[in-house]
Design a protein around this ligand. Structure first.
Ligand code: GLC
Length: 743
């Protein structure tokens, strides 16, 4: 239908003091003036054209006014290689390889907000250099099930940890004049049925568990963009969900940025107009690999919107609000002439990747100090396992990368042990020998048609004659592993690795297991293995980071950002049977998933059920030891609107420098509502030399003491007795002190 739009515009043309330059082009003018001036100059069709994609990862600007296009890019761990204009396939550029930074689960495991700032700044520099205005990341969805294929992109099970770690990342990215687009808002906590799952969750759980990291991203991180998630909440798709977008995000939190749909997450024009969606991408694609070509004019916020504007079904109220937000994004990014120029694959970025990876690795177990390796005399080291050689930066979905390089664990270990040990390798098992994703190939040929028995026999034979055996296995980025758009089928390691590890343990007591994964895994052999390292997807510098920890060049200081359950029975999403949900029988393809466990997610559940996990939230060992003194408070009573200081002396009682993550949990001993036994409300990573003591203090305020009361729709700090628990993990409380809260 040819839409003839009569444009009656009372054009109020703003001009700056220097009348030659229109205000919207005057970078010295206040942003809001520039927004209003640009808006006043735009035609209806120009406004609508800004609301939706024009290609896979870009949206239109206003050529007539010199307002640039907006270019977005995945992902949270590095800058995605270019795809063709309207395809998911590679564009075949030769200048678009990147630094692959560690996965965000690894960043969370550092418990170091300073590294989060370094991470954001570094990845933002690479996005800027590649000419991108919006980075489609970070992701902060809460870890509700260890089977979720995308947990590796997120920051764990605790809203406080995720909140503290996401804010600096955003500020770092945006310091480059590149928008962070925090995702996936909200309640996208597993991948199976990701487009059709309708989540039911009570308000208290929503506000206490699933929203805090997004709220921190907006109100403290100042995020310029938020990505809606594919799933539904209260039967409305989250990409145009009135409660999440209008009431909470833009209303309660005052978000002034843009809401971007996930790719293919838009399903209805009227909802998209009214419910807070600002930019529509990827419609009629599956968000990964397939889609309708050149559908952009048919997008829900394209021609259908113009038709509604023309026939009066819609007016320009919502339209102007959307365009104001997009213009504000432009003036913050590609129309901000003061923004830096960025940089790509610099030594600084590589160093950042190595440091973050090294600080994120978690030493789970280290019986009789097997680690660090004793290399005072020549050693024979056997390295076993597919993940010692398999590239992990390719695959896993939209976060897949074309890394400038990826140093494998085996090569990292070989380099580090050069001249100090002989290093021999055996595959041990064959898992996934593919090496391609969306047209990016690893170049590796991992094909091996030997039988499992042959592979194990070779590995055991090598192990028998070694001083140390390092098994490097875990998951990978293939489907039903750590991979977008699919979930794992169980907690167990795939490819019969448990058998390999068990036989290696029988062959040599000096066995070190390095688990590379973005998720908790079952470790039935944990009692037989003296040393276990949790090494996440570590990116470009994986090999160096693992070698740094194994050789002791780096003293491990990572702490688990999620519980490692002993079984799925310890996970309420499974023990209560609500995952992945129940398919409706009404002919729709909706799957209802009720978060019946409420706020009791992760350690909150394990504490309430008095269950012993394999490894607890916040756990991580060091090559030194730390002693905690008695925790004290500056007052035994505090008013509900006052603050309290908790202080604890921590001493390095070992023989080498190390970092400790001092964790503060708060326990409301008597409450009118059920509350978790304790909740993380503070942490501090401190570096101590042998014998050094630090006085670590935490300020406890009403937010740390409150729970969300849905009836009052607000946070309530109830008078009564509380305890501050200070420790090295959620299950290693070293000292506690009680205090009274009074009105
Ligand atoms: C994908 C993902 C999202 C990504 C987007 C663009 O399907 O869900 O995280 O940023 O589409 O690739």
């Amino acid at each position: 239908m040819k839409v003839i739009i009569s444009i009656m515009m009372a054009v109020t043309v703003f001009t700056s003091a220097n009348s030659a330059t229109p205000v919207y082009l005057d970078s010295g003018a206040p942003v809001e003036q520039r927004v209003e001036d640009a808006l006043s100059r735009m035609t209806l069709s120009e406004k609508v054209s800004m609301l939706h994609a024009q290609s896979k990862f870009s949206s239109a600007g206003v050529p007539r006014l010199g307002i640039p296009e907006i270019w977005t890019t995945d992902g949270p761990h590095g800058i995605r290689p270019e795809v063709l204009w309207d395809e998911w396939d590679q564009a075949g550029w030769t200048n678009d390889s990147c630094t692959a930074f560690p996965a965000l689960t690894c960043l969370a495991a550092t418990w170091n907000p300073e590294l989060s700032l370094l991470y954001g700044k570094s990845i933002g520099e690479e996005a800027r250099y590649r000419g991108k205005d919006m980075l489609l990341g970070p992701g902060v969805n809460i870890y509700r099930t260890p089977l979720n294929g995308r947990n590796f992109e997120y920051m764990g099970e605790d809203p406080y940890l995720a909140s503290r770690m996401v804010v600096p990342y955003i500020r770092g990215v945006q310091s480059n004049g590149v928008a962070a687009c925090v995702k996936h808002y909200a309640l996208n906590n597993h991948e199976v049925n990701r487009h059709t799952t309708n989540v039911t969750v009570d308000d208290r759980t929503l506000y206490e568990i699933y929203l805090p990291a997004f709220r921190a991203a907006v109100q403290e991180g100042g995020a310029w963009a938020i990505m809606g998630s594919y799933n539904l909440y209260r039967n409305e798709h989250c990409c145009h969900n009135s409660r999440l977008l209008n009431d909470i995000l833009k209303g309660e939190w005052g978000f002034d940025g843009v809401v971007v749909s996930d790719w293919g997450g838009t399903h209805d024009t009227d909802q998209a107009i009214a419910n807070g969606l600002d930019m529509e991408f990827g419609s009629w694609t599956n968000g990964l690999s397939a889609g309708t070509s050149n559908a952009y004019d048919n997008y829900y916020l394209a021609r259908p919107y113009l038709e509604r504007l023309a026939d009066g079904r819609a007016d320009t109220t919502e339209l102007n609000d959307k365009v104001r937000r997009i213009l504000r994004l432009a003036f913050r990014t590609n129309m901000n002439p003061g923004r830096p120029f960025g940089s790509l694959c610099t030594p600084g970025h590589v160093s950042a990747a190595r440091t973050i990876a090294g600080e994120g690795i978690v030493l789970l177990k280290n019986d009789h100090g097997v680690l660090p390796l004793d290399l005072t005399s020549p050693r024979r080291v056997a390295v076993i396992g597919e993940n010692a050689v398999k590239m992990m930066t390719v695959g896993g979905g939209s976060s897949s990368l074309k890394a400038r390089y990826e140093l494998s664990p085996l090569d990292g270990i070989r380099n580090a042990l050069e001249g100090r040990a002989t290093v021999e390798y055996a595959r041990g098992y064959v898992g996934d020998s593919t090496g391609e994703y969306n047209g990016v190939t690893t170049g590796q040929n991992l094909n091996d048609d030997r039988s499992a028995d042959e592979l194990i026999a070779e590995a055991v034979g090598l192990a028998r004659n070694a001083d140390y055996v390092i098994f490097i296995g875990g998951l990978n980025k293939s489907e039903h592993q750590d991979c977008e758009d699919s979930d794992r089928s169980g907690l167990e390691l795939p490819y019969d690795q448990d058998r390999v590890i068990t036989e290696l343990a029988e062959a040599n007591p000096n066995l070190i297991v390095v688990n590379i994964s973005g998720n908790a895994v079952a470790m039935p052999w944990a009692g037989k293995v003296p040393a276990v390292l949790q090494a996440w997807y570590l990116g470009t510098e994986a090999g160096n980071a693992i070698a740094d920890v194994i050789t002791g060049r780096v003293n491990p200081s990572g702490r688990l950002p999620m519980s490692f359950p002993a079984s799925l029975g310890q996970v309420p999403a499974h023990s209560l049977g609500t995952y992945p949900g129940t398919k409706r029988t009404d002919g729709t393809d909706i799957v209802d998933c009720n978060y019946a466990e409420g706020i009791f997610v992760g350690y909150r559940w394990l504490d309430r059920e008095k269950q012993q996990p394999l490894f607890p939230f916040g756990h991580g060992l060091s090559y030194t030891t730390f002693k905690y003194g008695r925790a004290t408070v500056d007052s035994r009573t505090v008013t509900t609107d006052g603050t309290l200081t908790v202080t604890v002396p921590v001493t390095n009682t070992g023989t080498r420098e190390g970092q400790e993550v001092v964790q503060l949990y708060i326990s409301d001993l008597k409450s009118s509502h059920p509350r978790p036994v304790k909740e993380l409300k503070g942490f501090r990573k401190i570096r101590l030399k042998p014998g050094e003591t630090a006085e670590v203090s935490f300020t406890v305020d009403r937010r740390a003491l409150s729970y969300f009361d849905p009836d009052r729709h607000g946070w309530v700090c109830e008078p009564g007795r509380f305890e501050a628990l200070v420790g090295a993990s959620s299950r290693d409380i070293r000292s506690k002190v009680s205090f009274e809260v009074r009105d």
